[in-house]
Design a binder for this molecule. Sequence first.
Ligand code: ZN
Length: 152
Amino acid sequence: MQLEAMYQEVILDHYRNPHHKGLREPYEGEAHHVNPTCGDEVTLRVHLDGSGQDATVADVSYDAMGCSISQASASVMADLIIGKPVKEAMAVGEEFLALMQSRGRDIAPDEDVLEDAIAFAGVSKYPARIKCALLAWMAWKDATARALGEAS
Ligand code: ZN
């Protein structure tokens, strides 16, 4: 299980040294999401450049507490979507959601799209942990919807 060990290492690495962590200004949308089954919490802010269909994710900042999977996922997500057009970032989110819903089946996740997020492939085998991995993504979707609502 060399691959699984490598994935574990990626997750632990992001957990120990989270990227883009901390709440920053300015921001147009904020969301607070809780995963009660595990006790994870995340407060996440989105700063967009532009508005509507052409908006770009200028920054994603967050404060998270909870298990290693939820925190590592927020770090990986911020890496993946900062600088991307919102539409493209949403597509990455859909790809990650599909991976989480694969229940460990071999769906051959697209590493070019998901980058470090493929490390969470093994998590999809544990239904209780899927919410941990998706928490930040859900908060980001929510915060972005608010940001777009305010911008238009
Ligand atoms: Zn958790």
